[in-house]
Ligand binder design. Structure first.
Ligand SMILES: [Zn+2]
Length: 73
């Protein structure tokens, strides 16, 4: 389902979040990247979610925004 086993494992461990932005209700989104993939980090209030465009493990493009930008070319 995901680009690589390492990402799947990170999601299993809760270090990474995959899902719609508006379903995040236990923390705040730190940046403005248009994506469904977030690095999840514990903060003083719940979690910080850091949106990412690329898989940090294998480098593949992940985000919706990036795919849309690609299509417009
Ligand atoms: Zn990957």
């Amino acid at each position: 389902m995901f680009c690589c086993d390492l990402l799947t494992e990170a999601i299993d461990r809760g270090a990474f979040y995959y899902g719609a932005k508006n379903r995040i209700n236990d923390g705040r989104i730190v940046n403005e990247i248009e994506t469904e993939y977030f690095i999840r980090a514990a903060s003083s209030r719940g979690y910080d979610y850091l949106g990412v465009n690329y898989c940090p493990f294998c480098g593949r493009a992940l985000s919706l925004g990036l795919w849309q930008a690609e299509k417009k070319k």
